[in-house]
Design a protein around this ligand. Structure first.
Ligand SMILES: [Zn+2]
Length: 109
């Protein structure tokens, strides 16, 4: 993709500093992640690029044997593109937009 800004080795982390393995790992955690979602204090959708808390989620997909949905969906766009800080990341704007780039890069390639 074009338009990448040069990497700045400053204290502030930019999108280029979020490695592909991290993005790949997070993207793989967007389904069947009920436990991580419930343990997160902050959730974010990387299509809407906004943050919210677990109380905002009203639809869960992928019910288990007890009928309890295991995949949180975004209360704003309805997609399974929700991650939480219990996954070991800070939900910065940079992280959410890097994940958005990653998602569309995967769709296009
Ligand atoms: Zn959304």
């Amino acid at each position: 993709m074009s338009g990448h800004r040069p990497v700045r080795r400053a204290a502030r982390r930019g999108p280029a500093d979020i490695g592909l393995p991290t993005l790949h790992r997070l993207h793989a955690m967007t389904t069947h992640h009920r436990e991580q979602i419930l343990r997160s204090r902050v959730l974010g959708c990387f299509v809407c690029l906004i943050r919210f808390d677990v109380n905002a989620i009203d639809t869960w997909w992928d019910p288990d044997d007890h009928g309890i949905g295991q995949t949180a969906t975004c209360p704003y766009c309805g997609l399974d593109t929700v991650i939480g800080d219990a996954m070991g990341v800070e939900l910065t704007d940079d992280l959410l937009s890097a994940l958005e780039d990653y998602l569309f890069w995967r769709i296009e390639s």
